[in-house]
Design a protein around this ligand. Structure first.
Ligand SMILES: [Fe+2]
Ligand SMILES: [Fe+2]
Length: 302
C-alpha cells in the first residue's frame, strides 16, 4: 500500500532536486536508501527485546488506544481503507463509522496522506515495542463520538467526513488531544529509550497539529469559529483549568500554537484525556463517546 509507505530519503531528495532543476540522484542515493532500510529493522527489534517496566508498557498501551483512533480516522477518510485492511490482520475491536472524504484541495489531500502514513506507523511501532503485552484495538465508534461532539460543541449535524472543513476540525480535535496526552505522560516514563521515542512521536503529533491548525487559521473566520467551539468543548470536559486554546487571531498575532508563557505546549493527565474522548467530565468513567467499551489496557478510567 504505497499510500502508507513512508517516503524514502531518495524520494525526498529527488523531489528536492527536481524543484531545483537538478537531475535525479537515484544512483547516488541507492546505497544510502539501502543502508537506511537495513537500519530500520534492528531498531524496532532492539526496542522489542528490551525489558520494559510494567508502568511504561501501560503508558504505551494508553497511547496506543489514541493511535488506533487516529489511524482509523485517517485511513478511512484519506485512503478509503480500514486498519484491518492496511495491517492485513484483525486488529481487535469493531470500528463504526468513517468514510472517504472528497478533498477539493490536493494540497490538503497530500498533507493528510503524510499524516495518515505517520499514524499507521505509530500504531505499528507501539505494537512492536509492547510486543505480546500490546493491547488490541478498542471498539471505536466515530458515529456516536462525533454525534456527542456535535451536541457538546454546539455544532449541529457536525460530520467530519462530510467535507474538508469538518475533516480538519475533527483532525484538530484528535491531534491536540494526542499532543497533550504525550506531554502529560512524559514525566511518568521511566525507560529513557522509550522516553526518547515518545518525544519523537510527540514531535510528530505537534507537526500534525501545527499543520492542521495553520490551515484552519488560514481559512478564515468560518473555520476558526467552529474551532473555537471544539476548543471550548474540550475545556468543559477536561477539568476546571482553562487549558485549551483555539487557533484564532489575538491582536496582530495568530494563536496557532497553544503554549504557556514560556512557549511550552500544555499537557493533560490521562484522566483528562479520557474525559475528552469519552465525552464526559465526571470522574470514574470507563467508557463513552468514541470508546463505547472504553480504552483497552490498565489506564482506562477518568
Ligand atoms: Fe499518532
Ligand atoms: Fe497525529
Amino acid at each position: 500500500m504505497s499510500d502508507l509507505t513512508p517516503l524514502t530519503d531518495r524520494e525526498i531528495d529527488d523531489s528536492r532536486r527536481s524543484l531545483l532543476g537538478l537531475g535525479s540522484a537515484k544512483a547516488a542515493l541507492a546505497a544510502v536508501g539501502a543502508i537506511a532500510a537495513s537500519a530500520a529493522l534492528p531498531i524496532g527489534a532492539a526496542a522489542e527485546a528490551q525489558s520494559l517496566h510494567s508502568s511504561d508498557t501501560d503508558i504505551l498501551n494508553f497511547a496506543l488506544n489514541l493511535e488506533y483512533l487516529e489511524t482509523e480516522y485517517y485511513l478511512r477518510a484519506v485512503v478509503g481503507t480500514t486498519g484491518d485492511e492496511a495491517f492485513r490482520t484483525n486488529l481487535g475491536g469493531a470500528v463504526r463509522g468513517g468514510r472517504k472524504v472528497a478533498f477539493a484541495n490536493p494540497v490538503h489531500d497530500g498533507l493528510f496522506r503524510n499524516i495518515t502514513a505517520n499514524e499507521y506507523k505509530h500504531v505499528n511501532f507501539l505494537r512492536s515495542i509492547n510486543g505480546s503485552a500490546s493491547i488490541q484495538r478498542p471498539v471505536i465508534d466515530f458515529d456516536a463520538g462525533f454525534a456527542g461532539v456535535a451536541q457538546a460543541a454546539g455544532l449541529p449535524d457536525f460530520d467530519p467526513f462530510a467535507n474538508e472543513m469538518n475533516f480538519f476540525l475533527g483532525a484538530m480535535l484528535f491531534e491536540d488531544v494526542g499532543v497533550t496526552a504525550y506531554k502529560g505522560s512524559a514525566r511518568n516514563i521511566r525507560n529513557k529509550q522509550i522516553l526518547e521515542s515518545a518525544a519523537g512521536i510527540l514531535a510528530s503529533e505537534g507537526y500534525h497539529m501545527g499543520a492542521v491548525r495553520s490551515v484552519i487559521y488560514k481559512m478564515g473566520d468560518d473555520w476558526r469559529r467552529r474551532a473555537v467551539n471544539i476548543s471550548e468543548m474540550r475545556d468543559r470536559l477536561d477539568g476546571p483549568q482553562d487549558l485549551d486554546q483555539p487557533p484564532v487571531q489575538i491582536g496582530d498575532r495568530s494563536n496557532v500554537v497553544p503554549a504557556n508563557q514560556n512557549g511550552i505546549a500544555f499537557g493533560r493527565t490521562p484522566q483528562h484525556v479520557l474525559n475528552i474522548v469519552y465525552g464526559n467530565p465526571a470522574q470514574g468513567i470507563v467508557a463513552g463517546g468514541f470508546f463505547p467499551e472504553g480504552f483497552n489496557g490498565r489506564i482506562r478510567s477518568t
